[in-house]
Design a protein around this ligand. Sequence first.
Ligand SMILES: N[C@@H](CCC(=O)N[C@@H](CS)C(=O)NCC(=O)O)C(=O)O
Length: 212
Amino acid sequence: MKLYGYWRSSASYRVRIALALKELSYESFSVHLVKDGGEQKLPAYKELNPAQLVPTFIDGDVKLNQSLAIIEYLDQVYPEHRLIPEDPKEAAIVRMLALDMAADLQPITNLRILQYVAGELDAGDEGKVAWIHHWVERAFTAFEARLQKTAGRCCFGDQVTLADICLVPQVYNAQRFGVDLSAYPKLMAVNDYVCSLPAFQQARPEAQPDAQ
Ligand SMILES: N[C@@H](CCC(=O)N[C@@H](CS)C(=O)NCC(=O)O)C(=O)O
């Protein structure tokens, strides 16, 4: 298996956590998202993902983009340690929580959006940081309320699922940009618990070979 990603990319981080939870080994290839305007825009990488985003995942003749599609594939093909419950109602709750982070929050705080807000829209670095704080706070306020109903030690009861995999990278990003997280005690308790698990430790950005 091969994973093309970047140490600080939240979508790559999700796939790394899933691979670590399933104890699957893989070769890691770094795509530097910032150096020289971003290696994701080079023709060789565009062959792997025309959307010019990481991650790209390869397992034999299977070549995939989109972290959630990759994780669903891993969960079906390598079912040891299920990341999405088999029960349809439980699976839908886990997907709902995952999408709160992966579909509604991460895309609007992605690098190219931030570059556009800071540059083309002339908001500068200060405007960019204000943008991040605003959208993280909106998303985390709603997520904190959701967790009151769904969480145990993890987002969904005590079971580590796709929801935790999607939460942790967004908390990492929020901390990186100095968002005050004291208003989200349940969210942070879940984050801190799952981050203490060996698979999450192994997948964290600073533990990656391309970390700077
Ligand atoms: N929905 C995609 C999102 C992929 C994505 O946004 N990747 C980011 C890093 S987390 C990226 O490659 N950004 C490069 C850019 O914005 O130029 C997924 O889940 O895989």
